[in-house]
Design a protein around this ligand. Structure first.
Ligand code: ADP
Length: 268
């Protein structure tokens, strides 16, 4: 497959139109796609095992996207083969009263993975430059100062061996409509439907502007953003898993050798 996600390096590369959410041309289809996903899952499984043993890095995967963009499905499917002991998933909901009395990064920092682990953020500190802006919960001065604060925070994590990858799951209006309808109609999905999802859908353009600015201001060398065309779930899983596996591969991870004093030890 030729297609791989590229980190966003300039605002010009941020395309969030409906057509940009579709399955990219050169992502394979059918059996070939299934095989490619299986291949990436196997790679991730091996790489996670050596990440744990190597012990030098933590990996933080941030997932953002509109309602029904597939964040939960991505967690479930991309990390299916990985040892659960090596992963921590945190889903960030609307902040509690106590969380609101702290700085916005307080609850985030506590959930940053330690070395050896892959931490997955299902929503994240990026909500704090999206929701309060669109819903006018705090003054512009407050949310607009957060881009720099996020960049500094992520830089500090990077210097402390946290490898950060951020994925924006980009769905089109039609696909979101289809998925929200399913949540209303399918008994097993009813629980996922929130009336607020429709209010957010009505603010589509405002959310797009907020995501665009967050990605433009906070895609850095030390914590890049990737935009994932997410209308097709299988293509999405392939692209996300492949990107994570490629980044892990580049870390040159290895299994540590036996301590010198243990060499030659005999077990009776
Ligand atoms: P999800 O949609 O993630 O499965 P919920 O339906 O409980 O889970 O939605 C979580 C809600 O919390 C979303 O509407 C999201 O925008 C909101 N949220 C998360 N973090 C924040 C934040 N920092 N500020 C305001 N709202 C937030």
């Amino acid at each position: 497959m030729n297609y791989s996600l590229k980190p966003i390096t300039s605002a010009r590369e941020i395309r969030l139109g409906d057509a940009d959410a579709g399955r990219p041309e050169d992502v394979p289809r059918g059996d070939e796609l299934d095989e490619a996903i299986r291949h990436e899952r196997k790679r991730l499984k091996k790489l996670q095992s050596v990440l744990y043993a190597d012990g030098r890095y933590a990996v933080l995967v941030v997932l953002q996207g509109r309602d029904a963009s597939g964040k939960d499905g991505t967690v479930r499917k991309v990390f299916r083969s990985v040892n659960p002991m090596g992963c921590e998933v945190t889903s960030f909901k609307a902040p509690t009263d106590i969380e609101l009395e702290h700085d916005f990064l307080w609850r985030i920092h506590q959930r940053v993975p330690r070395r050896r682990l892959i931490g997955i953020f299902n929503r994240s500190h990026y909500e704090d430059v999206i929701v309060p802006r669109v819903r006018k919960l705090v003054p512009r001065k407050v949310w607009s100062a957060r881009y720099d604060q996020i960049n500094e925070f992520e830089k500090m994590l990077c210097v402390n061996a946290v490898v950060i990858l951020k994925f924006f799951l980009h769905v089109s209006r039609d696909e979101q409509k289809k998925r929200l309808k399913e949540r209303l109609e399918d008994r097993k999905k009813n629980w996922k439907f929130r009336a607020g999802d429709l209010d957010d859908r009505a603010l589509w353009t405002e959310y797009t502007a907020a995501y665009r600015e967050a990605i433009a201001k906070c895609s850095t060398k030390w914590a890049p953003w990737y935009i994932v065309p997410a209308d097709d779930e299988d293509a999405r899983d392939l692209l996300v898993s492949r990107t994570i596996a490629d980044v892990l591969d580049d870390l040159d991870l290895g299994y540590p050798a036996l301590n010198a004093e243990l060499e030659g030890l005999k077990i009776e």
